[in-house]
Design a protein around this ligand. Structure first.
Ligand code: ZN
Ligand code: ZN
Length: 182
């Protein structure tokens, strides 16, 4: 899931997971700079899920930042013109009027979820067997390939890394990219 790194009370970086089914988030600055929208109009700059883009490009988790009416906003150091929008890329920096900084990240964590089989059979790269609908499985955050991950067949965590992209399979590991790395 895409998420934003925000600095809570200007002290600690925190992750806000961005719910793509929501109507978006207002960027209000201050102590908790990002606030889930509850519909209605707003003059604040905001993050909005880009559903049109997902139909066109196949990206499931695209977001745009929309400039507010009065508040200047900078994306990667460049001012976003009034009424301007910008399709966010991984690790884009957004700077608000009050010098609140946030980072957009598309990095995902490995999570087991019930698998839904498509028309073409999905073969687990670890055990080479098909993954059936309803089985708990993990999509590799690095390469999107699915692995079994249920009690009888913990294929994802069977080895330390993904067979295909060498991503770590440690389910308790956090995000590999954080603003602290800057
Ligand atoms: Zn398997
Ligand atoms: Zn992988």
């Amino acid at each position: 899931m895409s998420h934003a790194w925000v600095r809570h009370k200007k002290v600690q970086w925190a992750v806000v997971e961005l719910d793509h089914a929501s109507t978006g988030y207002d960027l209000v600055g201050g102590d908790m700079p990002i606030k889930r929208r509850n519909g209605g109009l707003s003059d604040a700059p905001m993050l909005v899920p880009d559903r049109g883009d997902s139909a066109r490009t196949g990206l499931k988790d695209a977001w745009v930042v929309v400039c507010g009416r009065d508040d200047p906003l900078w994306v990667n150091g460049l001012p976003l013109a009034a009424t301007g929008i910008h399709v966010l890329n991984d690790r884009d920096e957004v700077l608000l009027n009050d010098r609140t900084r946030l980072y957009f990240s598309t990095e995902r964590l490995a999570r087991a979820e019930p698998f839904v089989a498509g028309e073409v059979e999905t073969i687990c790269p670890r055990c080479k067997k098909p993954i059936e609908t309803g089985t708990l499985a993990v999509p590799c955050p690095g390469c999107d390939v699915w692995y079994h991950e249920d009690e009888g067949r913990p294929c994802w965590t069977y080895a330390a890394t993904c067979v295909l992209c060498s991503r770590s399979t440690d389910m308790s590991a956090g995000y590999t990219w954080t603003p602290l790395a800057l």
